[in-house]
Design a protein around this ligand. Structure first.
Ligand code: NAD
Length: 490
């Protein structure tokens, strides 16, 4: 019988109060490798209470001492990165190298959050009137929770958790029920750093756990990352309940290729962007828009680069692209490819129906490229979240920018060019939160906020860096009168 994962509440591993469980499936084999609780409001109740009890002592612990635990986290992740990456690959499907890269991103966020003693500083004005000073301080909110997607089981919780706890909050992590094993192992390893009980909790589950978080009066702040419909729901419900919410949603990212950038490096970077993590990245290139007459060469080279990507089980050293997350996901991707063909696109490379030797039951889709995709078609407008690249051709940069700006999402947009003027115009006019110039995945480093516009983000303050510090603290403005004649007692 498969084991059922436990929740981590108040420093203890406890069984869920709910009876329903879900299978965790290795997408490369199609085999169930674990079970996870489906979610229960009682679990969230226990975690919220434990966090509330831990909070007063934690917020009164000086920030310089709070960050010592973060140094411990960094060491644990570094020391155990091989094991953590292996678990991630087996439940998510991405390659081992991609799992290792996630750990680096997680660590970078811990490192930035170690700067909280500086990042959390307020401002002070002396003598705003005679003997009167005024200042602003940042204080933690209480308990914050993060609700995570399946595609980055390691990195995404660390966009939030280190900042929240370093700012003096207690925290609850709700991993994706599709990939709950990686965070569970990280929490087991974190026991060695001996955070005070209740400061960091983990509750498993799906919609029921999310709804309980959205309703709970002891959880005033929620960070969410996932698909746009759920992001909207979480934002709407959470804010209606008086909570502070930051909700990152889906995406449909395009890369514009100017005629002067039609070279091998551009092709390699675009292919890595579109097919890395099997296209299951919120910053993956889903569309290439070529500008100018001579698009044949880049189209042909993109097909060659895509065809050369070795698809298979992510733990094997020569594999460059793993499976997609579920059978349903593969079906959705294959249906969208067919809809693109039906709407008139030319199928240049077809990844449907590929069989990988020894992994015949895995959810594999090979790299797929469609040319002359109609911008009005379903495949152009829908987030595919798979290894599928659509190519569109236009005559001018203005047309390309218009096309991108008509996209309902605004997560990222990239341009490849050797012209500073074209790059500058693109950066200035394109309606997306993360812009890349000669970059395939415009992922902000941990010391910049992870931006995102339009239907890709709901809220005001983004994940990471200074935005995270603002999100997890509230400002208090204090005016003090220490007028000497009136208060002098010495
Ligand atoms: P998802 O929306 O299905 O799930 C995300 C989280 O919401 C999970 O923890 C899940 O348990 C919960 N959830 C799912 N359905 C729910 C419902 N009906 N009510 C309440 N909670 C629910 O997303 P996913 O498939 O896990 O992740 C992929 C999506 O995440 C893609 O759309 C991708 O673009 C997006 N994503 C965005 C970013 C970003 O920074 N904008 C980053 C990573 C992933």
């Amino acid at each position: 019988m498969t084991t059922v994962l436990k929740n981590f509440i108040n420093g203890e591993w406890v069984c869920s109060k709910g009876k329903d469980v879900l299978d965790v499936v290795n997408p490369a084999t199609g085999n169930s490798i674990m079970q996870v609780p489906a979610g229960n409001a009682g679990d969230i109740e226990d975690a919220a209470k434990a966090a509330r009890e831990a909070w007063p002592a934690w917020r009164n612990t000086p920030a310089t001492q709070r960050i010592q635990y973060l140094f411990g986290m960094k060491q644990v992740l570094e020391k155990n990165s091989d094991e953590i990456a292996g678990i991630c690959t087996n439940e998510n499907g991405k390659t081992y190298a991609e799992s290792k890269a996630e750990i680096v991103r997680a660590i970078e966020n811990i490192e930035v959050a170690c700067g909280i003693p500086t990042l959390i500083q307020g401002d002070f004005s002396e003598d705003i009137a005679r003997g009167v000073d005024e200042f602003i301080i940042r204080q933690p909110l209480g308990t914050a929770a993060c609700i995570c997607p399946f595609n980055f089981p390691i990195m995404i919780p660390f966009w939030f958790m280190p900042y929240a706890i370093a700012c003096g909050n207690a925290f609850i992590v709700k991993p994706s029920e599709k990939v709950p094993m990686t965070m569970t192992r990280i929490f087991e390893l974190f026991e060695s750093i001996q955070l005070p009980k209740g400061v960091l909790n983990m509750v498993h589950g799906g919609k029921e756990s999310v709804d309980a978080i959205l309703q709970h009066p002891l959880i005033p702040a929620i960070s969410f990352v996932g698909s746009t419909p759920v992001a909207k729901y979480v934002y709407k419900t959470g804010t209606a309940n008086g909570k502070r919410v930051q909700a990152q949603g889906g995406a449909k990212n395009a890369i514009v290729v100017m005629p002067d950038a039609n070279d091998d490096t551009t092709v390699k970077i675009i292919a890595d962007s579109a097919f890395g993590c099997a296209g299951q990245r919120c910053l993956a290139a889903s569309v290439v828009v070529t500008v100018g007459k001579d698009a044949e060469k880049i189209t042909k080279n993109l097909v060659m680069a895509a065809r050369s990507k070795k698809t298979g089980y992510g733990m094997l050293a020569d594999v460059e692209m793993g499976p997609v997350i579920t059978k349903e996901s593969r079906e959705k991707i294959e249906t969208l490819i067919q809809s693109g063909i039906d709407d008139g696109a030319d199928l240049l490379l077809d990844g449907r129906g590929i069989k990988i030797e020894d992994y015949e039951k895995g959810y594999f889709v090979g790299p797929t490229i469609l040319d002359n995709v109609n911008p009005e078609s379903l495949i152009y407008k829908t987030e595919i979240f798979g290894p599928v690249l659509s190519i569109v051709h236009v005559d001018t940069l203005d047309e390309a920018i218009d096309l991108l700006n008509n996209n309902k999402y605004g997560n990222s947009a990239c341009i490849f060019t050797h012209s500073g003027a074209a790059a500058r115009k693109f950066r200035h006019e394109t309606l997306a939160g993360n812009i890349g110039v000669n970059i395939g995945i415009a992922a902000p480093m941990a010391f910049f906020p992870f931006s995102g516009w339009k239907e890709s983000f709901f809220g005001d303050l983004h994940a990471q860096s200074s935005h995270a510090v603002e999100f997890y603290t509230q400002t208090k403005v204090v005016i003090e009168r220490w007028n000497e004649e009136w208060t002098r007692k010495f």
